[in-house]
Design a protein around this ligand. Structure first.
Ligand code: ADP
Ligand code: ADP
Length: 228
């Protein structure tokens, strides 16, 4: 079963703007894929369909074989666990008094308690090298550290697919390198929305180019760079 299967996805906003025209994408388990394309291409619209925030157009989305169906509340809860979205701004994701509480929030909401919750939080923080800041307030961390904690909040849910919006934005060279090493070390399917071609090339063997609401290219990232 692929991590993601998007078939014939077409969507127009209520004002009539057609944002996607029949998008087909299959991403296998463990793949790392960059989603490239100019502003207005439809990248955000596509991502917001993966967990059912946007719906009502044509076509289907399946995550790990489970259909995204906005009308099925129970299935949608599972979909939102399976699709882990890391926003561009970590401060949209971190709102608790400590890092530990932020990372615990998602699994606790799923009913994980006690020692199992502690283990889950520690494991997620270790995967991003942030276990040593577990008891600090997120606001006391650097921007790069906050982004890594935001990744941990999503990993704690054990997602089928990790979706990152511009993960390299606002990072200095050291922060970029640290995050790249973390993402390369994770054993998880990744879809990364980015304008940062070198970062895509380093992390993602495959790239999708969305342009005007259609997939204009789906190719090894190295080939796309060679064409530029
Ligand atoms: P990208 O993320 O690639 O920049 P978007 O998915 O945000 O592209 O936008 C795709 C198209 O849909 C663009 O034409 C954009 O202006 C339009 N669009 C995005 N959000 C809305 C909205 N809420 N209402 C109407 N049109 C929108
Ligand atoms: P990004 O590059 O992060 O996708 P965009 O410029 O595409 O940013 O969009 C920023 C926000 O503005 C999004 O929430 C999008 O839905 C909204 N938006 C974009 N185009 C339109 C539009 N034509 N009408 C209404 N909202 C829009």
């Amino acid at each position: 079963t692929p991590s993601l299967k998007v078939s014939g996805l077409a969507y127009a906003y209520p004002d009539g703007t057609q944002a996607l025209y029949g998008v087909d994408v299959v991403i296998g388990r463990g793949e790392r894929v960059a989603l490239l394309g100019p502003n207005g291409a439809g990248k955000t619209t596509l991502v917001l369909h993966l967990n059912g925030i946007l719906h009502g157009g044509l076509g289907t989305v399946e995550v790990g074989g489970l259909r995204v169906d906005a009308g099925d509340k129970k299935a949608l809860r599972e979909i939102r666990r399976r699709v882990g979205i890391v926003f561009q701004d970590p401060d949209d994701q971190l709102f608790m008094p400590t890092v530990r509480e932020d990372v615990a929030f998602g699994p606790a909401n799923l009913g994980v308690r006690g020692d199992a919750l502690d283990r889950c939080v520690t494991a997620a923080l270790e995967r991003v090298g942030m276990a040593h800041v577990a008891d600090r307030p997120p606001q006391h961390l650097s921007f790069g550290q906050r982004r890594r904690v935001a990744v941990a909040t999503v990993l704690a849910m054990e997602p089928e697919i990790l979706v990152l919006d511009e993960p390299s934005s606002n990072l200095d060279p050291a922060g970029r390198r640290e995050l790249a090493e973390i993402l390369l070390s994770l054993d998880v399917t990744v879809l990364m929305v980015t304008h940062d071609l070198p970062y895509a090339a380093e992390l993602c063997p495959r790239s999708l180019v969305l342009s005007g609401g259609v997939i204009a290219a789906d190719a090894p990232t190295s080939e796309l760079l060679a064409d530029d």
